[in-house]
Design a binder for this molecule. Structure first.
Ligand code: NAD
Length: 458
């Protein structure tokens, strides 16, 4: 029987990596195919687990979990040959005759630590990038989404090469023990506090990290925007997964001239989506835990509630809630909300909204709804964010052509599509010189004449 302690698991995977088994394209494509097959054959099991954890509807389970990962795997299979091929680059005069290229190579054994909010895709999207790049992977799902964690641990080993992959379930003690091991890359998704713990642990082994963190993602609504479309898209982006989405609009900054119209339309849209009583809607999710639900009850104290506001901690239910003009120093505006509460702040001019965002930590996502090219340009040139989406919310995540990641407090590094392949690869520069001609220029003795020549060729 194989030893299943954490150090033994990492040793087993390292042994596999060192054997070269994971390098051929055939192995990688086969594993990516197995990822797709596991998701297809167990779509119902995963959907049930996601429903137990978060009350996730089947549609959202497909859209943002199983379907998303399947699409990522399909995209990786389609492009893998091109990604793996060395890229020729030019060779400068000093090193002629010669050839230069960049050759991707797998990093080795990598660790993926995931949170509970998209408990399947946050494990498996990084997995796709790591497999495409030819690595062995230890996956650590979140203990808070325990049903999905158990499903991943039960199902994936039946499909993926057991020599190269492992799912380690558990909470802080298990993650801490994992972090004591030496990995060749760690991708962590979760909160900033644990991000620091991960980075500190990685420093001991000089392991590179990708930190996918969160933050307060602002949403600017200009008076020139199509308010009907803007409110519809914001309602969807905010209340999908009951607001427990890292790139959900955290708060809205709306121009005074359209504020009432926006609030009215948003209110109507929430009712269109989830009915008069969203608790009865099969499409509206639950909060991850009673502890998380209780936090929302606290956050709402003393706020001006325009819509919703009901919290049932025992049922892990929080109504889709709109709060008007919270004080900038209220707890609601201090940390990422990460739930179905949308504060709407009215501004007299959009440059006030830009200043509001600029004065705060760099967000993971930034949204602006406008028809004004000048405002679009001002937002893009003055504000930094992990990603920017103009005239929509959250949906930019569906593009495998765009990298996904944060900046500053919202994280470091990126993945999805080619960028996942790149993150889990070492891009090895290779220069091949010819024996044919060996210019004496660089060799001692260094003379004045050689110095002059050097200036000319550099
Ligand atoms: P979480 O509590 O599930 O924690 C994430 C992981 O960290 C878990 O696997 C957990 O076991 C581990 N962990 C927790 N405490 C630890 C400790 N002290 N030491 C070592 N490991 C520990 O999830 P969370 O942090 O509540 O996730 C929510 C946050 O994640 C939000 O801020 C959200 O914005 C962010 N997020 C970011 C992205 C992104 O792609 N940037 C995606 C999803 C969520």
């Amino acid at each position: 029987m194989t030893d299943s302690t954490i150090p033994a698991i990492v040793d087993r995977l390292r042994h596999t990596f060192d054997s070269g088994k994971t390098r051929p394209i055939e192995w990688r494509v086969a594993q990516l195919g197995e990822i797709q097959r596991a998701l297809r054959e167990h779509e119902t099991d995963f959907a049930e687990a996601l429903h137990k954890d978060l009350g996730k509807s089947r549609f959202e389970a497909m859209l943002a979990e199983t379907g998303w990962v399947t699409a990522e795997a399909k995209y990786a299979i389609k492009h893998l040959k091109g990604w793996m091929a060395p890229t020729r680059v030019s060779t400068p005069m000093m090193t002629q005759p010669g050839r230069s290229s960049i050759q991707p190579e797998p990093k080795g054994v990598v660790l993926v630590i995931a949170p509970w909010n998209y408990p399947l895709s946050m494990v498996m999207c990084p997995l796709v990038g790591a497999v495409a790049a030819g690595n062995c992977v230890v996956m650590k799902p979140s203990e808070i989404s325990s049903h999905t964690s158990a499903a991943l641990a039960a199902i994936l080993p039946r499909y993926l090469d057991p020599d190269a992959f492992a799912v380690v379930e558990g909470a802080i003690p298990e993650t801490t023990e994992l972090l004591e091991q030496r990995f060749d890359h760690i991708l962590y998704t979760g909160n900033e506090h644990v991000g620091r713990i991960v980075m500190t642990a990685a420093a001991k082994h000089l392991t590179p990290v990708t930190l996918e963190l969160g933050g307060k993602s602002p949403c600017l609504i200009d008076r020139s925007a199509d308010i009907e479309v803007a409110a519809t898209r914001v309602a969807w982006g905010k209340f999908i997964n009951a607001g427990q989405t890292c790139v959900a609009p955290d708060h809205v900054l709306v121009h005074r001239e359209v504020a009432q119209q926006f609030i009215d339309t948003l209110t109507r849209k929430v009712k269109d989506f989830y009915g008069e009583d969203p608790e009865q809607s099969p499409d509206y999710c639950r909060i991850a835990s009673e502890r998380h639900a209780a936090r929302f009850a606290e956050l709402l104290k003393g706020q001006k509630i325009h819509l919703g506001g009901r919290v049932d901690v025992a049922k892990r239910y929080v109504e889709p809630t709109i709060v008007l003009d919270p004080a900038p120093d209220s707890p609601l505006m201090a940390d990422e909300i990460f739930g179905p509460i949308l504060p709407i702040i009215t501004v007299d001019e959009m440059h006030h909204a830009i200043k509001f965002v600029a004065d705060r930590p760099k967000p993971l996502a930034l949204y602006v709804f406008t028809k004004s090219a000048a405002l679009e340009e001002a937002v893009l040139s003055k504000l930094s964010a992990g990603s920017v989406c103009i005239n929509d919310a959250v949906i930019f995540m569906a593009s495998p052509e765009l990298p996904f990641g944060g900046v500053g407090n919202s994280g470091m590094g990126r993945y999805t599509g080619w960028y996942g392949f790149e993150t889990f690869s070492h891009m090895k520069p290779v220069m091949k010189r010819s024996f044919r001609f060996d210019a004496p220029l660089r060799y001692p003795p260094y003379t004045e004449r050689k110095a002059k020549l050097l200036k000319m060729v550099m």
